[in-house]
Design a protein around this ligand. Sequence first.
Ligand code: COA
Length: 652
Amino acid sequence: MSINSEAKFDFYYYSSYSPLDLTMLRTGCKIALARTILKPYASSYELLANYTSVQSETQMNIQNLPRLPVPKLSDTLEKYLRTVKPHLNEDEFSKTVKLVKNFETGEGKRLQSLLEKRAQTHLNWLEEWWLKTAYLGYRDPVVVFSSPGLVFPFRKFKTQLEQLQYAAKTILATLEYKALIDGDKLPVEMMGKSPLDMSQYKKVFGTCRVPADKIDRLSYNDTKYVTVIHNDHIFHVDLWGDDNQMLNEDQIVKQLKDVMEHSKSRTDTPVGILTSENRDVWAKAYNILVKDNVNRENLADIEKSLAILCLDAPVGLWNCSNKNAQQNLAGAQTIHGGGSSSNGGNRWFDKTIQFIVGADGVTGLTYEHTPAEGQPIAILTDFIINYLEQGKTGTSQSASPKQPKHLKFNVNSDVKNMINKAKENLDRLANNLELNCFTYEKYGKNFIKSQKLSPDSYLQMAMQYAFYKLHNTPGAHYESAATRMYVGGRTETIRSCSIESVEFAKTMLNTQSSPKDKLQAMQKAINAHKHYTVQALQGLGVDRHLLGLKLIAIENGIDIPKLYSDAGFVKSAHMRISTSQVACKCDGFMCYGPLVDNGYATCYNPRDNDVNFATSAFKANPETDCIKYRGALEQALQDMHDVLLQNTSSKL
Ligand code: COA
């Protein structure tokens, strides 16, 4: 396919998506590989070179992993019918059953065979599609809608020096982690006996999403400097000296002090805030900026750096009345920077990793989701926290560190207006996001395991029960499952709302139910979830397969089957609970925004004896309320625990 025909194809491709599909696609954790996508859009030899080195990992399938299967059509449709049932009345369900039968013997058969053909010529039939549709072509801001925040354990910096020492150690830890990745020294993760695809690890440093009209591009780079942002001013800070020696902690601290010296007050033109805009709006501003030589160099400089370090202004972390308030504050800082009057302009949201080191101890990161899932980032988090605890200060010292370079932009009146508009938009977005992040302290994974239950499935069923209790209706529920046992694999959806989960919620709420009824319903729901999980991990879920069939129809100019506009599809894919487990050992958590207007997000970190939850909802929606949802979730966890205790001799 030529560059032009591919660009046309994309246009057709996106215009053929309903908002619902796009919402589905941007959900949770999505596929991203720069393979065939970057090549047509690469504008320079350098970009092509970068693209090549990253893609080869997957293209060569160096881990010799199996290929993502195309599930059997009959299997998917049977599963599908079970997952839509909770959302439909009898009439609707019988219509859906008819539609599915016709699909299976008619147009579905043809699409299945086309998809199977595609799978023969692609190592992973989904990855390129997923990258384009779920991320690069998605036009809403990455802030709130796509990029998660990750909150690290809180610090109490007594002095500015302590803040900078922490920041310097974070950088040194990152360089050590990156050296392990580059040297293929990280142990290959396993799922049971299956090795997992490790290629995502190589895509998180030096990576940047670059805005462009209709579809963004990804830029992969390997450099020796970071971008530091302070008071909304942007700096290039080299981590190696002229003698090619790496800086040690004291030397990095000195660089950061220098940055602060040159950015004592905030700029009134924080160019970084443009990265929080709708992608087409940001692309317009970008296209104006790049016309100026200085700006172009600055943009390229930021694009190529290893990561961003945001030295944030204080936000009153230690004036908070309790840990919950601190967690909410920190969650907001890592998702959107607290809006334009706080640290929202002290960001470059296009960059895959932005470390946040706030003056009064909010620490964490914001990560742009396109190139990787949360796992490499969660492991990085634990690596940094361990590094900090070990008190390391670096392994070498440079005799000739380079001076930080202030990247000053020439901002014309058009861009100035765009910056002002971006401030307003970010503030609106930030004000609309309700967060409730908390630690559930009564028990964690150990208790659930002691009951011979899967912790993840148990927590998912707690969310199902909580939602049903609160809204008196089943909530379509997305959980991401990693499909990394396949080459280039990212995620499949676990449809956590099931016939069994609804039955469980109803049994729990029925005052006539005996403890035994409740226990049995709970076990059935948990086991049904676990069963779906095992299928999803093998790439045998419903959502990616149905998506593939739809995309192959579009690609071949075939009408989109009615199945996709049927009530069953629409209701079961309106994910009112968007969840993912992102596990790290430290007392941190990941957080992000809901998937649909009347939905909740719930990211959770189950630890041995507690669980960190980050829930969110949109304030403007009258149906949702994070405080009530949290209350229902905590009560659900308590009720489930009580049912188990009533039926067994286990104690907390
Ligand atoms: N009895 C006792 N123990 C059990 C059990 C049972 N019935 N079922 C499971 N366990 C144990 C497991 O052996 C495991 O033990 P370990 O902690 O020693 O490893 C532990 O409980 C956790 O297992 P479980 O809760 O069932 O599942 P999981 O932790 O493997 O998580 C997924 C399931 C789907 C979340 C996970 O496989 C996955 O895909 N994670 C990635 C999600 C993702 O992409 N996140 C990033 C989004 S950006």
